[in-house]
Design a protein around this ligand. Structure first.
Ligand code: NAP
Length: 256
C-alpha cells in the first residue's frame, strides 16, 4: 500500500473564520483527511451548518463563537478548544475582511478593522496556539495571505488590505525562523481571487472580470476546492521541511 503523507488522522485542527467561504472549505477538507476540527467565527448559525456537514460525514467538529478583533477573545477561544480536545496541532489562520477606501480618505476605524482582523488576530492566534505547540514540540501553522501580500492592484483602493496581507507574509517568515527549533512549521497560502462572500460583489462586476483576464494568466476566479492541495500539503507531515514559505495559488497571477 502507498504511504499517505497527507493523512491527518488523530490531529486537531483549528480553522478561524470558518463560517463561510474559504474557511468553511478548509475545515471540511481537513476533516475529510482525518483531522478533528475546531471552527470559529461570529455567525454561530453558519458555523453550525459547517459542523453538521462535517459530522454527517463521520468527522468531529467543535464550533464556537469568537470575534477575533480582540486578543482576549482569542485567548479565551484557544483555552476553550484545548480544554475540549486536549491540544491543537494545526492552526489555519483564515479569518479576514476586505476593505475598500481611498487611502487619502480612509478613517482610522476602517484601517484598524482590517489590520486588527487580518494581521493582529493572525499574530494573537499564532502566539496563543504557538505556546501549546511549543510544549507539544509539534505544530503546523498555515496563514492565509493573498496575492496582495506581494502586490497592490489598480483601480482598487485596498491599502489596509494589502498592508495586512504583506504583514502576514513577513510574520510567517519570522515565526517560522523562531519556532523551527520547536518542531513547528509556519507557512502561508496566497490565493488570487476566489469565489466567496468577500468577493461576491466584484465577481459579478463585468469591469472587474475583464481586469482579472489581464492580471491572471488563467483568466478566472479560483474555486475554493482548488486550495485543497496547498492546504493539505502545508497542514500535513508532507511539508515537514518546508517553513516560512508563502505558496501562491493564483492561476499564474504573480508569474507576470
Ligand atoms: P468570507 O467568505 O467573507 O469569509 C471570511 C471569514 O472570516 C468568515 O467566516 C467570517 O466569519 C470571518 N471573520 C471576519 N471577521 C471576523 C471577526 N471579527 N471575528 C471572527 N471571524 C471573522 O471571505 P473569504 O474569501 O472566504 O476569506 C477568507 C480569507 O481568505 C480571508 O483572510 C481573506 O482575506 C483571504 N483571501 C480571500 C481571497 C478571495 O478571493 N476570496 C483571496 C485571497 C485571500 P463571521 O462573519 O461569521 O465572523
Amino acid at each position: 500500500m502507498a504511504r499517505n503523507i497527507f493523512d491527518l488522522t488523530g490531529k486537531v485542527a483549528l480553522v478561524t473564520g470558518a463560517s463561510s467561504g474559504l474557511g468553511a472549505q478548509f475545515a471540511k477538507t481537513l476533516a475529510e483527511f482525518g483531522a478533528d476540527v475546531a471552527i470559529l467565527a461570529r455567525r454561530v448559525e453558519r458555523l453550525e451548518e459547517v459542523k453538521k456537514e462535517i459530522e454527517d460525514k463521520g468527522g468531529k467538529c467543535y464550533a464556537l463563537r469568537c470575534d477575533v478583533s480582540a486578543s482576549q477573545n482569542i485567548k479565551d477561544a484557544v483555552e476553550d478548544i484545548i480544554k475540549h480536545y486536549g491540544r491543537i496541532d494545526i492552526l489555519i489562520n483564515n479569518a479576514g475582511v476586505g476593505g475598500n477606501a481611498p487611502a487619502e480618505e480612509q478613517t482610522d476605524e476602517e484601517w484598524l478593522k482590517v489590520i486588527d482582523t487580518n494581521l493582529n488576530a493572525v499574530y494573537y492566534f499564532a502566539r496563543e496556539v504557538g505556546k501549546e505547540m511549543i510544549k507539544n514540540k509539534y505544530g503546523k501553522i498555515v496563514n492565509v495571505g493573498s496575492i496582495h501580500s506581494n502586490a497592490g492592484m489598480l483601480p482598487l483602493s485596498i491599502s489596509a488590505y494589502c498592508t495586512s496581507k504583506g504583514g502576514v507574509q513577513m510574520l510567517t517568515k519570522q515565526l517560522a525562523a523562531e519556532w523551527a527549533k520547536h518542531g513547528i512549521t509556519v507557512n502561508a497560502i496566497a490565493p488570487s481571487y476566489f469565489e466567496s462572500e468577500m468577493t461576491a460583489s466584484v465577481g459579478e462586476d463585468e469591469g472587474f472580470l475583464k481586469l482579472i483576464q489581464v492580471y491572471c494568466p488563467m483568466g478566472r476566479f479560483g474555486k475554493p476546492e482548488e486550495l485543497d492541495g496547498a492546504l493539505i500539503y502545508l497542514a500535513s507531515d508532507a511539508s515537514n521541511f518546508t517553513t516560512g514559505q508563502t505558496l501562491s495559488v493564483d492561476g499564474g497571477w504573480l508569474a507576470i
